[in-house]
Write a protein that binds this ligand. Sequence first.
Ligand SMILES: [Fe+2]
Ligand SMILES: [Fe+2]
Length: 226
Amino acid sequence: MEQRQAERARSDLQADLARADRILGLPEVQAALQAVEEAERDRVFCRHGFGHLMDVARAAWILTLEEGRDLPKDLVYASALLHDLGRADQYRDGTPHDLAGADLARRLLPRAGFSEEETEAAVLAIRGHRRKTTEDDVRLPASETVGSSKDAGPSKIVGTPETAGPTNNVGATETGGGPEAEPGPLSRDLSSVLRRADKLTRPCLRCPASADCHWPEEKKNRALTL
Ligand SMILES: [Fe+2]
Ligand SMILES: [Fe+2]
């Protein structure tokens, strides 16, 4: 009986993440993941391979549950899995990884069964994941919530050891363009949990390269968060 319950629980967990699992299995995702992990093999600062992507996915899901947000679990995981894969392009040709990752999400999420609304929410969350975290970025107006990164987050610190990859990292990006539509609750919530999870999972507490890291001291995680 107990074993049957355990098996059912496992299959339920897998079913909850079915679409995210499909994303992970796509050849484009596997290729980008491999490219990022190979490019960062000798990197002493934060890496952006599978471990980081899953850290962010789980932390974003913890935030979703703790804050009572209404987000599909597999959308949270799929967005987290994709959020840094644009680094494959960044290391190859300098394309800002938030923009490259958003493009990847727009192309791949529908193929895994995500709706147009879900895909757009993920695209915006990935495009904005390098932005500053504010106390309540969920309720920011559209002009602050949507769009490319222009914050003083890690990726803006060009050429510092913390952010420099095997090839030159690039600074925050500007997409330009006119005003964008007000994001809906799905988009705001997903952007909020993804952005904060990305920062809260930095392992500064046990990082051997912490002394050389140019990430501002006040932003380093010096105590357990989640
Ligand atoms: Fe990133
Ligand atoms: Fe990240």
